[in-house]
Design a binder for this molecule. Structure first.
Ligand SMILES: O=c1ccn([C@@H]2O[C@H](COP(=O)(O)OP(=O)(O)O[C@H]3O[C@H](CO)[C@@H](O)[C@H](O)[C@H]3O)[C@@H](O)[C@H]2O)c(=O)[nH]1
Length: 472
């Protein structure tokens, strides 16, 4: 067993097992780079589950292994299974199902990896933790959303047990806060929904893990993190390591996207804090009617903007032309003041630009942590899943504002362009919001700096893995 050379013990080898979706791969890549850095000095392998769900994922993984030769690639080929059993199912559900059926193949792969610890994605917890237990391999879980959402995930099985069969209402998480019914992920309103069954199975299994890593920091989510640690959410819950915001990784996926030179050059030429960046993440598109109103709103706000009209892996509406999606003449009218792209943008690079003044975000948790690390005010417009819970964190922490009545998936309304324009103008003019976002950035920088809360949490986690390597 190689040793660290500083007397702190054997070099641990951590195997990371991400789930599908860029929102999951991105934090795992960041964790891989961080573990293998000189600060933490671990051996790291990343399990690449094949086939990947999208080409963006393949490109991202190739870039990770290309740029970081110290990170080992462990290919895992899913067993074949007939997806026609689940007509119309979300590709992420299908991936979970394929992983569940392939679990017997996972044991030999992990047994041969020489790992001192495994870190699995929350989305696979109920499949992977039992396999690791069988191998006596210490198993940790990376929770890729907020600590607030983690506390909901931990408490939800008990909530359902107590409400046996009753409708899902507000959920009061002990020691944290009351999550209003409207913020509970839509699928969870239906206890028999496949997603709910997976969510509950994952939530129950967490207590049997050796610990949880969460991409958040103590100063950002004090209530949820302390309540998870002090046993208020669930007695005897394993240790929680808050290690965020995980540092961006500086490799780009293959060739830079075709559009990148254009928008980066344009952003560099804009005045400080003058541009509104709009992105709803990598998974679901917003409705065509809402897209049109958003176009009206951005135009009427009078502000500059960079808008990523997402190409998604789930919805197909992105096949339409931009001019058709956004209304005739829109692109010509905003020419020079607004840029619109359907392609993948290097968001980490965009958010670093001085010219960005506001982020209209769906509150995917990676986007929230990236806004926090860059001190960028967020106008939260959550759409589905965990995003309304994350938006609550944005509002409570002061990172931004959340118009709670704005529509979300499962709720029919369309927000008018007029409302959007008013809100954008108000937030762009609000010095208090901007200053608060900068305070969050300062707190984030302190948390990850040597001696900060997240730095220490990550170091404690690595030390645990070292101790495990020695005792093996
Ligand atoms: O054009 C793009 C779009 C996204 N990103 C990056 O891709 C990641 C996207 O992650 P996130 O902001 O969390 O959004 P989603 O892809 O929507 O994330 C999914 O996963 C998250 C973490 O579990 C959840 O919080 C979200 O609700 C869920 O939709 C971020 O790092 C972005 O910087 C880009 O670089 N370019």
């Amino acid at each position: 067993m190689p040793t660290s050379g500083d007397g702190s013990g054997a070099l641990p080898h951590v195997v990371l097992l991400p789930s599908a979706g860029m929102g999951h791969l991105v934090p795992f890549s960041r964790l891989a780079v961080s573990f293998s850095s000189s600060d933490h000095g671990c051996g790291v392998s990343v399990v690449t589950v094949l086939p990947t769900v999208s080409s963006a994922e393949s490109a991202h993984l190739d870039a990770l292994f290309g740029a970081c030769p110290a990170v080992r690639r462990l290919d895992f080929h899913l067993a074949r299974f007939d997806a026609s059993e689940f007509p119309g199912a979300d590709p992420f559900f299908l991936r979970f199902e394929a992983m569940r059926r392939s679990a017997p193949l996972l044991g030999p792969l992990l047994a041969g990896a020489g790992a001192s610890a495994l870190v699995t994605d929350i989305a696979l917890a109920s499949v992977v933790i039992p396999v690791a237990r069988e191998l006596r391999l210490p198993c940790y879980v990376l929770f890729t959303a907020s600590a607030a959402m983690l506390s909901l995930c931990v408490h939800f099985p008990a909530y359902l047990d107590a409400n046996a069969g009753g409708p899902v209402g507000d959920v009061d998480i002990p020691g944290v806060y009351r999550v209003p019914k409207a913020s509970i992920p839509q699928a969870l309103h239906h206890p028999e929904h496949l997603f709910t069954r997976q969510f509950v199975a994952n939530g129950r299994e967490l207590a049997k893990s050796d610990g949880l890593l969460v991409n958040s920091f103590d100063e950002f989510e004090p209530e949820a993190i302390s309540a998870l640690r002090d046993g208020s959410v669930a007695a005897g819950f394993p240790p929680v390591f808050s290690v965020g915001p995980l540092a961006p990784v500086s490799f780009s996926a293959g060739e830079p996207p075709e559009n990148q030179a254009d928008y980066m050059r344009w952003l560099e030429a804009q005045p400080t804090r003058s541009v509104v960046y709009v992105s709803f993440g990598s998974r679901k598109a917003i409705s065509k009617d809402q897209l049109k109103e958003l176009a009206v709103g951005l135009e009427a706000s009078g502000h500059r903007f960079l808008w990523v009209v997402k190409s998604t892996v789930v919805d197909r509406e992105d096949e339409a032309e931009l001019s058709e999606l956004l209304g005739e003449g829109f692109l010509e009218r905003v020419h020079g003041r607004g840029m619109v792209t359907k392609g993948w943008v290097e968001q980490e690079e965009v958010l670093k630009q001085e010219s960005i003044g506001l982020f209209i975000s769906h509150c995917g948790w990676n986007s929230v942590t990236e806004a926090a690390a860059n001190g960028l005010p967020v106008l939260a417009w959550p759409r589905f899943g965990d995003q309304r819970v994350n938006a609550g964190v944005v509002a409570r922490s002061g990172l931004g504002v959340w118009e709670e009545r704005w529509s979300w998936e499962g709720e029919e309304g369309v927000v008018s362009g007029e409302n959007i324009a008013e809100k954008v103008k108000a937030v762009m003019a609000d010095e208090t919001v901007r200053n608060k976002a900068v305070s969050v950035q300062d707190a984030a920088a302190k948390a990850v700096a040597d001696g900060g809360t997240s730095y220490r949490s990550l170091a404690q986690f690595v030390q645990r893995c070292r101790d495990l390597s020695v005792s093996k």
